[in-house]
Design a protein around this ligand. Sequence first.
Ligand code: ZN
Length: 158
Amino acid sequence: MASESRQLPDNGLTTLDPMRIHAIPVSAALDDPGREYRASEPDVPLRCCLRKSLPGEPVWLFRYAPPAGKGPYAELGPVFTHVNCSTIPQFDNLPVELLNNTRILRSYNAAGQIHSGQTVEPGSFNSTIEELLNDPTVEQLQIRSLSHGCYLFGISRS
Ligand SMILES: [Zn+2]
């Protein structure tokens, strides 16, 4: 990793620089004419409010291209959101419900190219994210599932 030799401050593991979490608005589902309606799809990661779905919650399954990747690095993949979402996610705190498994953390530069990719274990997200955001060449991060590679949410400096 490019910034491995960088010295983190003493409080680096507990205090994150201001960051911005990027969720997906439910309106994004309407951009995909191939979206699928599911009346109930329990326990899928919802990209609108950044938690797992409950039984009986109607959701959209649709194709979405996270904004960090550009040109050849733009990727289209499946995501779930509520059909109607009334919860505004916290934009300055990591969504713990989506971080209780090993995840892929990808970083992108300002040109939208992949800068690095790594797996991160629960308990190491804060330190890894802080280290990456301290690298001035990193513009945005993506959290993805390990098993399917699906995009969960984005992180940038606030
Ligand atoms: Zn939601």
